[in-house]
Design a protein around this ligand. Sequence first.
Ligand code: FES
Length: 394
Amino acid sequence: MKVKGFLTDVGGASRVSKARLAAFENASPVPEKVDPIGNVAREWHPGKIDLVVTKVTEITKTTKTIRFERKDGKKLPPFYAGTFMTIDVPMGDSLLTRPYTISSAPFEARLEEHAFVEISVRRSKGDGLICDYINDHFKVGDEFKGMIGLGQFFYEPLRDAKHIVALSGGIGITPFASMAKEINHGTLDVDLTILYGSNTSDDIAMKDELDAIKSSKVHVVYVLSGDEPGWTGERGFITAELIKKYSAPDSSYFICGPQPMYEPMRKALAEIGAPKRRVRFEVFGQPKDITKYGYPAELADQTFNLTVVRGIHEDVIPAIGRESLVVALERAGIRIETGCRSGECGFCRTKLLSGNVFISPISDGRRAADKDFNYLHACAAYPTSDLKIKIPIE
Ligand code: FES
């Protein structure tokens, strides 16, 4: 049987081979202009694209939603609800790349006309400089380059439960707004319960939108920690008890909010016995105070010499202990590609040639081989001595 099967295979292969030879012989020497597979790949993964601002909406006193469309009028690349985009923002002589979670839904990026993508940016939280700049200066008609659909913070049916409990605070509501709109559109099949913590009702970002997207599959529970008279919703902070109250027998937990929220949420989820495989934290950028994560406090204000090798160029720039190497490079006007700024995506991968760094333990997304061969993610590395790095040439 085996011999027969083998001969059948050989016979089949030789027939295919003849057919392929004939195809080669009859082929035109001129390269085919039609490239359907390449066209799909380019449409779905176009890299950086040219975007134009088409709408700016003030959604709270401190938050604006910025809408972008593609400059060439085409649809935007597909993305998962919950992921983020980057935009390159020119600041003085520098071009700074910043990540922002997409608050619009994936289906809105694939509309036949005026397909769009939106981010909602709150003032002076996170990397305040750029957030304030966006709030103050972005206007209709402005053009930027950006990359759409990065990150791992999305529903994956093979991994996640069909009921998601979203634990959110501040402007961390944006990925859940995107998911909620996609669910109501019928293109994301999960149940979503959002617990959204704020101090006062005035601090609730996107409230009108959230109220409009409540449905049989999307529940929004506002939780106010401030003493607001007349408030009839949940009060206090998001606790283990509250999370349990709104959980299904099998839920996945997605957490996105300000940095101080993460540790209490981790503890609360452990308290209710949520399995680790059901818990997902959105990356939150660079820690505000790296000494809280083990960086030596006595070095935090020291300035080190950072030698930067780019091709045949070498520059020596100052690098302050408490700031990541990415910040030192940007401060010196040296361009380095960034995406997540949280150690996850690898866009800022850099070779350490000499000297020492502290790697943020909460943002160490390097592969094992990179660790062995002295590569680091510059957004998650902090100098502890004079050092020399080699960065890619743009
Ligand atoms: S920007 Fe993503 S790892 Fe540094």
